[in-house]
Structures are given as C-alpha cells and as structure tokens.
Ligand binder design. Structure first.
Ligand code: ZN
Length: 258
C-alpha cells in the first residue's frame, strides 16, 4: 500500500486540540494571546504579531499565497514579526501539524523559506535541494504536505544567482561548445542533468541566460509536479494550487512568475 490515504491530519489536529480542552480557536490564537512563553515568545511576540493575519486561519490557496507575499514584504522591509516561534505555540504542535503551504526551494543558505516569508514553525512544509531539482524520492517529500496534510498551496521557489543553476549552465554550455570546463572541487553531475531541460528551454530567451534558466526551471518544475501521481488529482479537483516565484538576494523580494 504505497498510495497515500492519510489526508485529514488537519482535522485530526483540530480534534485532538478539542479533546485536550484547548478548543480550535484557542489553539490557533495562541500566539495572539501568547502569555509567558520563553524565547522570543511572550508579550513581546504578541505585540509584534498584532495586526498580522495568522496563516493558520487561512483556508484557500489565494489567501495563503497573499499572506506569504505579505510576509515576504515585511522581510524585505526589515519588519519581520517572526510569528509562531514561542514556547506555547511549539507545545501546541506536539499532537499534530497543519502547514498551510508546501515550499520547494534551493538549499542556498541565503534563501530560507521560513524566514523570507516571515512564517514560523508548523506554518510551511519545506523541501530543499540544490537548484530545487527533484527525482522520484524528492517528489514524495514535496507532495507530502499537499497530499497528506491538506496544504492547499505549493510554492516552487527559485532564486537569483543560484549556484546550482549557474554551474549547470556552465557545464552544459561547455559540453555543447566542446570547451574545457574549469575544475571544481565538487561534482554535481546528477543536478546538472536534472537541469538540462531548463537549459534547453531557456535557449533563445532574451536577457541573462542564467536568469532565464532559473525561471525556466521553476516553470518546468511546476508543470512536472502538477502531473505527479500524488498531486495530479488534487490539482484537477482545484484542491491544490501550484505557484512559482523567484527570490531576489538584492531586494529580499519574491516575484511571482507564470
Ligand atoms: Zn540555488
């Protein structure tokens, strides 16, 4: 039995919370009335997050995506509120999780999705590989949030100056032109090969070829994930929306692409 039939964990979380006497409302409002938590929780956290919609309250993909973009704007402006980072919130997640979006992005240390979207623990389910390339193993992780935990949004996120895409572009161009490739201390032949379709798709695009390849990679990844066995039916039924974006290291902003 490899097929996933374990959707409904969000409901399970709500039920568990109710059974524990916390109630749905109190569970999802914990940060707003957050009391004496340690860390960056407590009254300071409550004051900081005041006025920022709680991602956990949002049900539809469009609202969740807008909330992530709003969080990204706070991050870019240096006004991040770091929600859902207090002790009480952490403890409320012991019995279950209900991430509202899955994010598939690059391993680049400058592009941490939880930070750049100004979210907290339990809010988004992140899978990261170099150049956000995937194979059957990785795609099972990417699809877990939408397929098993009912996250209605999947974000594929590329970024400016992606080292993996740049390296793949160099390698594929050198192979095509028969030129010698500068030696690197590490090799990533599988990643280069996985990025070949993006390299081919970006040919003929105007502007910087690596930027075009970064964008092409996001768009091809979106299309491939939409057809994944764990996700295709959700997409067809309108239960899952897949969007793409590219993050700018310079501005801190995510630009939606389609
Ligand atoms: Zn990268």
């Amino acid at each position: 039995m490899s097929t996933l039939h374990i959707r409904g964990n969000r409901r399970a979380l709500l039920t568990t919370a109710g059974a524990a006497g916390l109630g749905v409302v109190s569970v999802f409002a914990l940060d707003a009335c957050s009391a004496d938590g340690g860390g960056i929780g407590g009254e300071d956290a409550a004051a900081q997050t005041a006025g920022v919609p709680d991602l956990q309250d949002l049900e539809n993909a469009e609202d969740i995506w807008q909330a992530l973009l709003d969080g990204n704007q706070r991050w870019a402006d240096g006004a991040a509120v770091h929600p859902h980072a207090d002790v009480q919130w952490r403890e409320s997640l012991v019995e279950g999780q209900a991430p509202r979006a899955a994010v598939f992005s690059c391993v680049d240390s400058r592009v941490a999705p939880e930070l750049i979207f100004d979210t907290g623990v339990g809010d988004i389910m992140v899978t990261r590989t170099a150049g956000e390339v995937f194979d059957p193993l990785v795609s099972e992780s990417v699809s877990y949030g939408p397929a098993a935990l009912e996250a209605p949004l999947l974000v594929v996120l590329g970024h400016q100056k992606c080292g993996a895409v740049t390296a793949a572009h160099e390698a594929l161009l050198a192979a095509e032109e028969g030129t010698e490739l500068e030696e690197h201390e590490y090799a990533l032949p599988e990643t280069v090969e996985a990025l070949r379709p993006a390299y081919e798709a970006a040919k003929g695009e105007s502007g910087d070829p690596v930027d075009a390849m970064i964008k092409a990679n996001v768009l091809l990844t979106i299309e491939a994930l939409k057809g994944h066995p764990n996700l295709a039916e959700l997409v067809a039924d309108g239960e899952l929306t897949v969007v793409g974006g590219v993050y700018s290291l310079e501005t801190g902003l995510v630009t939606e692409i389609s």
